[in-house]
Design a protein around this ligand. Structure first.
Ligand code: CMC
Length: 428
């Protein structure tokens, strides 16, 4: 017999079904709770709330497991291409050789962005934060592809919107980088792979050939895969919540970008590097900064540490730390920041404050060190996270649409003033 949960409220017992996931994750289905009892559940920050069933990504915070559609992140990061992973997330299965080549071909047909978008970039000061620029450009896409405004359009139409966005995102991110530098845009070269094309548009110059370095390609490919999905995190939940109102894909992904920008989420990668730089400039005293992070009267937190779900280790951080060492060595870079990061990590991992709270390095702790070695300015880091996360956001949006889920609309417990009469302005 399937398990049920019983809530005793006053003299009444309410019974609820328990849903069990593939990995024996269990959730009490309280969808009838309010109707039968008048009560709602109270869970600020959704720490215990399962917002959806999903077949895309599985995480075990206790065991440090991350799988996309059943495949371990370690295997995907070491063996797959980013487009293979994007296909896996969007379609549910790894592509066959012929599926992959037609997917790649379709992507290359849509890499150009409308030339008029250059004028929007012209209106943005070069100092504008790249995440703000990305949000602006995603809204502009809805103006150029108005047919995508209707998310109920045919399956084919939805697919085209997804392909378009996946194809244009690297071009857009490269344009943001060029706008930041005040350099002319480099157009896509479609005989190149997704990552190679992105790197050429970003680091190449219109006047010179760009030499593709396989070490850089492999590092970028790995970073994109590691960021590609992470189940119901803050930005993905934003995408799903906005998408649940039947908003179009550009608006939904734009909401994801906005949520990702925050320093507690994807914006942490920029903050980690700024923190490590500050520690270096301050003389490299990691204990001093660790004490700041532990001081409850100091708002400073150790950026790149802690995670809502991972309470043992973040498997992405483990892979990235190893890659940082390898890539810097292969590129012949000796970055003192890497030493400071390792010293800080070691001190934190041996400190009871961090041990007791199960705080470990997360994906953002070492990623910035690699991005910097590849030549990205620190303000671009969170945009690179968004570039990687895009297939995940779109797969989650697609799943939401396919299941016709209802609009997301949490309840609240009102604690404001009870009803009172309106007083005329002279009597207040
Ligand atoms: N430095 C110092 N103390 C911390 C930190 C930290 N980085 N993270 C959590 N704590 C403490 C926190 O003060 C609290 O202590 P106490 O129980 O004494 O009040 C306890 O640990 C639990 O923290 P929480 O804020 O309740 O945990 P949460 O699950 O709500 O927050 C988090 C998770 C990631 C927002 C948080 O750990 C944090 O702010 N980390 C720094 C920012 C960061 O690196 N974010 C990137 C996350 S991974 C990339 C992604 O977004 O996917």
């Amino acid at each position: 017999m399937s398990e049920t949960a019983k809530f005793v409220l006053g003299d009444k017992t309410h019974e609820f079904p328990v849903h069990v996931g593939t990995e024996n994750e269990k959730g009490i289905d309280i969808s009838t709770l309010r109707g039968s009892s008048g009560y709602v559940t109270y869970d600020v920050g959704y720490k215990n709330t399962g917002a959806t069933k999903s077949s895309i990504t599985y995480i075990s915070g206790e065991e440090g497991i991350l799988r996309y559609r059943g495949y371990n992140i370690e295997e995907l990061a070491n063996k797959a291409s980013f487009l293979e992973v994007a296909y896996l997330l969007l379609e549910g299965e790894l592509p066959t050789a012929s599926e992959l080549s037609s997917f790649e071909e379709e992507i290359t047909r849509h890499t150009l962005v409308n030339e008029k978008l250059k004028f929007v970039f012209d209106a943005l000061p070069s100092g504008a934060h790249p995440m703000g620029q990305l949000m602006t450009m995603l809204s502009m896409f809805s103006a150029y592809y108005p047919e995508a405004l209707n998310p109920h359009r045919s399956e084919e139409g939805r697919k085209l919107t997804i392909i378009r966005l996946l194809a244009k995102m690297p071009t857009l991110v490269a344009m943001i980088m060029k706008n930041k530098q005040g350099h002319p845009n480099v157009y896509p070269k479609n005989k190149l792979g997704y990552v190679e094309n992105f790197l050429r548009m970003t680091f190449g110059h219109v006047t010179e050939d760009y030499t593709i370095d396989p070490v850089v390609v492999s590092a970028m490919n790995k970073l994109l895969i590691l960021h590609a999905d992470h189940e119901q995190n803050c930005s993905t939940s934003a995408v799903r919540l906005v998408g649940s109102s039947n908003a179009n894909l550009y608006a939904s992904v734009g909401a994801g970008v906005a949520a990702l920008w925050g320093p507690l989420h994807g914006g942490a990668n920029q903050k980690v590097l700024e923190m490590l730089e500050a520690i270096k400039d301050d003389g490299g005293d990691t204990d001093k900064w660790l004490n700041k992070a532990k001081d409850k009267n100091d708002p400073f937190r150790l950026m790149g540490f802690g995670h809502r779900v991972y309470k043992n280790f973040d498997p992405r951080a483990k892979i990235i730390k190893k890659s940082a060492d390898e890539i810097l060595e292969k590129m012949g870079i000796n970055d003192p920041i890497l030493e400071i990061a390792k010293k800080l990590e070691q001190a934190a991992l041996n400190d009871s404050y961090f041990i007791d709270r199960k705080l470990f390095p997360n994906v953002d702790f070492y990623s910035g060190i690699i991005y910097r070695a590849l030549g990205f300015p620190v303000e671009m880091f969170t945009v690179l996270f968004a570039l990687g996360r895009l297939p995940g956001w779109m797969a989650q949006w697609k799943e939401l649409r396919a299941e016709g889920q209802p609009i997301g609309r949490p309840r609240q417990i009102y604690i404001g003033t009870a009803e009172r009469p309106f007083l005329d302005v002279n009597k207040r």
